[in-house]
Design a protein around this ligand. Sequence first.
Ligand code: SF4
Length: 390
Amino acid sequence: MARLSVVFCIDVIFIFMAGIYIHVPFCKTRCHYCDFFKSTKVQFRNQFLGQLLKELENRRKFFPESDKIIESVYFGGGTPSLLDVDQLKKVLAVIRKEYSLDNGAELTIEVNPDDLDPDYLEGLKKTGFNRISLGIQSFFDEDLKRMGRRHNADQSRKVIDQTFDAGFKNVGIDLIYGLPWSDQEKFLENLKIMNQYPLKHLSAYHLTIEPGTQFGRDKKRKKLSEIEEEQSEQLFWLLHDEAEKMGFDHYEISNFCRDELYSRHNTSYWIGKSYLGVGPGAHSFDGIRRFWNKSDLHQYLHCGYQKGIGEEILSENDRFNERLMLGLRTKKGIDLFDLKNIHPGLTDRLEKNIQKWIDRDFLMQSGGRIFGSRKGWFLIDGIIEDLFEV
Ligand code: SF4
């Protein structure tokens, strides 16, 4: 079985500091596949902003001493572009005042095509955002309509142009593949259209049909079903091979970048750095403990984040499993030495288990790191589960 000799070279050094994630939980409507926490009560944006600013102020002591410099801020959702530029400015002003924001910090905002116009983009630029993530999902009207997206294919193209015209250089898009009504040819066409733009980042997610979504209900009524595993694997490698030909580095199972413009923010999750998440439903991690705000907009608006906070201290097994899961989904894989440090008691069992997958050509080992082979990367979630310590 052929292996990814170039793809899996170990030449990327990930050294990043802490990050802040802002969850903006509003969407105008619900996309048919989406099970993220969100609310369509957009009329509460101002009230939300007040609570969010308070939360940011109150939690300024969150980060441990060693992780104080904030090198990334990520506005996700929901739909962060439902906040106007002045509201976004207020959030960044509090972060600048209360936290040690690095001068070269990566400041990302996820935006929906139907919210954008040149003035808004210019406002984002002036506010200091330097990375834009556009929720394109597809360049075809049929796909967008069937997924319940609010924009059309013309808008997809137009907003990419407008984003570059506004002076942004680090621009990425999201695409969804594995749509039951689509095929390889159409997905390849999506990639070709994407390649007409000097995009620096691509997040490509396989559609999963989740209960509680419109697609979940359609599946229950037998109106929709996931594509076969074999088709999924073909699409995954089509995506990988085409994106690499287009100059993208497939650095995480769903993420690709050009010119080494990895998502610094997401990378800090994958390497176990601490991060603070604010807003309803947001999660935080201080290196040992995980915290989460309850996914309840009403409670957040009326009682603040403190009422709904959950906390768990990660055991050795939890930290081991988490590092394994996040690390093996990246091209760079995991450092065995790190894993043994997290869980010194596991050495023999772990090595035997890993060796089993190496012998079967699903994993590879080089320079003390373990990573998926071409045969194994698509199946990496199942391999990770087998390696989990329970
Ligand atoms: S805009 Fe994003 S968060 Fe909102 S419903 Fe659609 S996919 Fe979900």
